[in-house]
Every structure is written in structure tokens, then in C-alpha cells.
Design a protein. Structure first.
Length: 321
């Protein structure tokens, strides 16, 4: 706000001079904040929400809007885990998930970062699901020693999705056409400007099947399910919390305090401080407060279209009805 006021005062006085103003918000280091509890032992609450991606949106330049920069989700996750690993008083990690998933790679990277933290520190990880922990959101939850879902949570949607835009009909109506010069026949497969051939569809299907097999293998390994059972539940459908419990996709149905208590039991303490890492001007006074908005954290299928399509076909662990 002050930067905009300064610009408003300076510009009328500048005449024809060229003035360069850097309005980019500065990224401040993470700071620890206690949201509840007491004692020396700490339980870190890590927030995974919105569309899972390695991209960051541009900071808002609207007067009155929060001016904190948007740090890419993968950057923030690693930054928080590194800070927690260096603090011996952080004894456990609670991962709060509210996400329908995202790109295959972002989901897998977050899983790996959490798994490396758990293996290198020996500290337990509890996942707690809020509204949605589906597809890539559930993939991330599989890293946890204990998975807790709110009674109203929706999970599942285990599978892979690829969405590509077809603009050929619109281009024809507008009288527009494209010219593509390529080194090989399938160099532009998935292009929105021409129909996909049957052979190209088969090639994409092979890739999708391979990524699906990776998801199912993780499900079977982490939830200790027979492979055929894992494949049976991984048909893309969504599940209520109670259905997920019956299918052994989660460990219990409960609320955030139940996840905190599970973390306390795992480290053998009765009292612990629940802490979050935040940047200046971020509001995180309770364990329901979200961290800075991740890239592509938009509501509704149509609003998700830019994040889903990206610059072209993308492989997604994502529930997109």
C-alpha cells in the first residue's frame, strides 16, 4: 500500500523522466508461530492445499490485497521441512491436506520430500484430510504413518488424467489456420490444432497406464493391500471418509484435534506445542488457517482449466469432475 502511495506522489512530479519502481514484494524468511499447546516438544503443521504444481502465480497488485509473494508450493514444502529437520524440538509432523490433486510430478515430489524427511529424521508423520484429499492429494497422504479423515472428507479418485484442448473447430469458424513444421510425424502429438490419431491415443494411453501402475503400487505398499485389491479400489471413483475407512485407505475418521493427539501418542508426550511456519503478514493464528495460496489454487472446474491444460497436455493425479 505504501509503495503505491509513493508512486502516486512521485509520478506527477516526474515530468517526462523515466522512473523505475520495483513493486515486487520481498520474500521474507519463515518464522515459527505457536498456534496452540505448551511444552518443549513441537508438532509442525504443514499445509498442502489447492492445485499441486511447481508453478507460482504473480503477486497481487490490487490496493488492499495481501502483498506477500506467492512462493511455489514445492519450494515452500522443502523449505519448511528443512527448517523442521534442523530443529530437534520438532518431534512430529502433521500434514493438513485439502486438495483434489495436481500434476503427477508435483504430487510425486511432495511425497518424496515428506518421505525423505520421515526417513532421515525418524519423526512420525500424520496426515489429516479436510474437504478433499483426492487423487494427488491422496497420493501425498500415503506417505503418512497415520491417515485421519474428517467425517465429511472426500478422498479416492485414484488414477491418472490427461486433458488436452481441441481448438480446431473454433479456428475454422474464425477462418484461422496453423502451420507446423516438424522433425517427425508425432512431434506435435497432442496439439490442440489438429485431431489426435488412434495411434497417438494409444501412445498416450501407454504413458497413462504406466503412471497409474506407479500410483497403485504405492497404494498397495503403503496401505499393505494386495495388489489386486488396490487395483479394484483404484478405478477413479471417490469415497466418503467412512467408505475409505472400510476399504483401509485411511486409519480413522476424526477431526484435527484427533490428528494432533495421534502425533502426541506417536512421540510419547502428553503436552506439545502445535507450530506453523509463516511469513510476515500471513495470518496463521489457528491450525485451520491456510498458508500462502499455492499456485493454481482456484475453485471450480472451469477456473481450473488454465492450471490443468498448462502449455499443452499434462499428466495429472487430479479429480476434475
Amino acid at each position: 500500500m505504501r509503495r503505491w502511495l509513493a508512486a502516486a506522489l512521485v509520478l506527477p512530479l516526474a515530468g517526462c523522466s523515466l522512473i523505475s519502481l520495483d513493486l515486487t514484494p520481498r520474500i521474507e524468511p519463515l518464522r515459527e508461530q505457536t498456534v496452540e499447546g505448551s511444552g518443549r516438544a513441537k508438532i509442525l503443521l504443514l499445509d498442502i492445499s489447492g492445485f499441486l504444481s511447481d508453478e507460482a502465480g504473480a503477486p497481487s497488485l490490487v490496493i488492499g490485497a495481501p502483498s506477500a509473494p506467492r512462493v511455489p508450493l514445492l519450494v515452500r514444502v522443502r523449505e519448511e521441512l528443512t527448517k523442521a529437520a534442523d530443529d530437534g524440538d520438532v518431534r512430529a509432523l502433521v500434514v493438513r491436506i485439502n486438495s483434489a490433486g495436481g500434476t503427477v510430478t508435483a504430487s510425486d515430489v511432495i511425497f518424496r520430500e515428506l518421505d525423505l524427511f520421515k526417513r532421515s529424521t525418524g519423526r512420525p508423520v500424520v496426515a489429516v484430510m479436510l474437504d478433499i484429499a483426492a487423487s494427488g492429494g491422496y497420493y501425498v497422504a500415503l506417505v503418512a504413518d497415520t491417515i485421519v479423515a474428517h467425517p465429511t472428507s472426500v478422498t479416492g479418485s485414484i488414477g491418472v488424467l490427461m486433458v488436452t484442448l481441441s481448438a480446431e473447430g473454433l479456428m475454422q469458424k474464425l477462418g484461422l489456420s496453423t502451420t507446423t513444421i516438424k522433425s517427425a510425424e508425432r512431434k506435435d502429438m497432442g496439439s490442440p490444432f489438429r485431431p489426435m490419431t488412434d495411434e497417438e491415443r494409444k501412445i498416450f494411453q501407454v504413458v497413462i497406464d504406466g503412471l497409474y501402475d506407479q500410483f497403485v503400487a504405492k497404494l498397495a505398499e503403503r496401505r499393505k493391500l494386495p495388489l489386486e485389491t488396490a487395483r479394484k479400489v483404484a478405478d477413479g471413483r471417490i469415497y466418503t471418509a467412512q467408505q475409505a475407512l472400510e476399504l483401509k485407505l485411511i486409519d480413522r475418521v476424526g477431526y484435527m484435534p484427533d490428528a494432533i493427539e495421534a502425533a502426541k501418542r506417536a512421540i510419547g508426550v502428553e503436552e506439545a506445542r502445535v507450530v506453523v511456519y509463516r511469513r510476515p503478514r500471513e495470518y496463521r493464528a489457528t491450525y485451520y488457517a491456510r498458508s500462502e495460496a499455492p499456485a493454481g489454487a482456484m475453485e471450480g472446474s472451469l477456473m481450473q482449466l488454465p492450471a490443468v491444460l498448462g502449455a499443452g497436455p499434462r499428466f495429472l493425479y487430479f479429480w476434475w469432475p
